[in-house]
Design a protein around this ligand. Structure first.
Ligand code: GLN
Length: 280
């Protein structure tokens, strides 16, 4: 079996199983199998595959056919300006969340040095992308998941920013270290009863702990906003990712806790996705 024919076979199997990006996914899984980039695959399409590689490739294709996300199969997802390691114990970084990085960079365009906190770091994609952009920022990240801490540490090493980031396994209720210029969070915010309606890729494979926001999807926000009002400096900034229908509720919780709402920002799909507020 050569590379090209294996990719075709993979493509057909994925297509039969209603995987939308069947060809690209088949190519990506071939890349993963033979540890070469897409260019190599195209230029060497008639190269014969080793038997063990072919078997491994078929296994990856069969997982993908059952909707396992590509990022969990390749172990990598690109976010902002880097590739992040991950496994199925952490949420896959979403392009929507890049909005938070963008907002933070805009807010601190003329400020070289701040100390910030991220609540719920997952793979570390947000805190580490910001730290990589701003060489004199220092960041603290917390998460309740041991897996998240492990993966984030690997990513911090890969991006070469271990010395500017502190990572702790902690729930926000039990975290009392520091006063911050900025706090960011993309908490679990899906309503408990909506979880079963998520796409199969998400529902069957991504960690519920990173998605489940309680009955109204707001329990994470309540905890985070309440505690942030203690951990943030006066005039400090809080940047949150929200679901598109949560703007009103989250704005109310922010105001109740002494935050002034600067703006809500929409994502590329024109949905409210991010709220920027200031502690007053
Ligand atoms: N954006 C994710 C999704 O739609 C949810 C992430 C979260 O709960 N913070 O699946």
């Amino acid at each position: 079996m050569n590379i090209e024919n294996a990719i075709k076979q993979g493509y057909l199997k994925l297509k039969q199983n209603n995987i939308k990006s069947a060809l690209l996914d088949s190519q990506l899984l071939m890349s993963k199998t033979i540890k070469k980039d897409k260019k190599f695959i195209i230029l060497n399409s008639t190269k014969e595959l080793k038997h063990s590689d072919y078997e491994f490739f078929k296994k990856l294709i069969s997982y993908r056919a059952k909707s396992k996300p590509i990022a969990y199969l390749t172990g990598i997802k690109s976010f902002w300006n880097d590739d992040f390691f991950l496994n199925d114990k952490v949420l896959i970084p979403r392009p929507d969340s890049e909005l938070l990085v963008e907002q933070v960079l805009k807010i601190y365009k003329n400020k070289a040095k701040i100390n910030f906190l991220e609540i719920g770091i997952g793979s570390g994609c947000l805190i580490l992308s910001i730290l990589k952009e701003k060489k004199f920022f220092s960041g603290t990240g917390i998460d309740i998941s041991n897996h998240s801490l492990k993966i984030s540490k690997i990513n911090a090493k890969k991006l070469n920013i271990v010395n500017r980031v502190k990572l702790f396994k902690s729930d926000i209720d039990n975290f009392n270290i520091g006063k911050y210029d900025l706090i960011i969070s993309n908490p679990p915010y899906i309503k408990k009863l909506d979880i079963k309606n998520l796409a199969k890729d998400i529902l069957n494979f991504e960690p519920k702990i990173a998605l489940d926001g309680g009955l109204e999807g707001l329990s994470g926000f309540r905890k985070i906003i309440r505690k942030s009002s203690e951990l943030i400096k006066n005039r400090g900034i809080l940047v949150l990712e929200i679901a598109c229908y949560q703007k009103r509720d989250v704005v109310r919780i922010l105001r109740d806790n002494g935050f002034y709402v600067n703006r809500t920002v929409k994502d590329l799909a024109n949905n409210d996705r991010c709220i920027v507020s200031t502690k007053i």
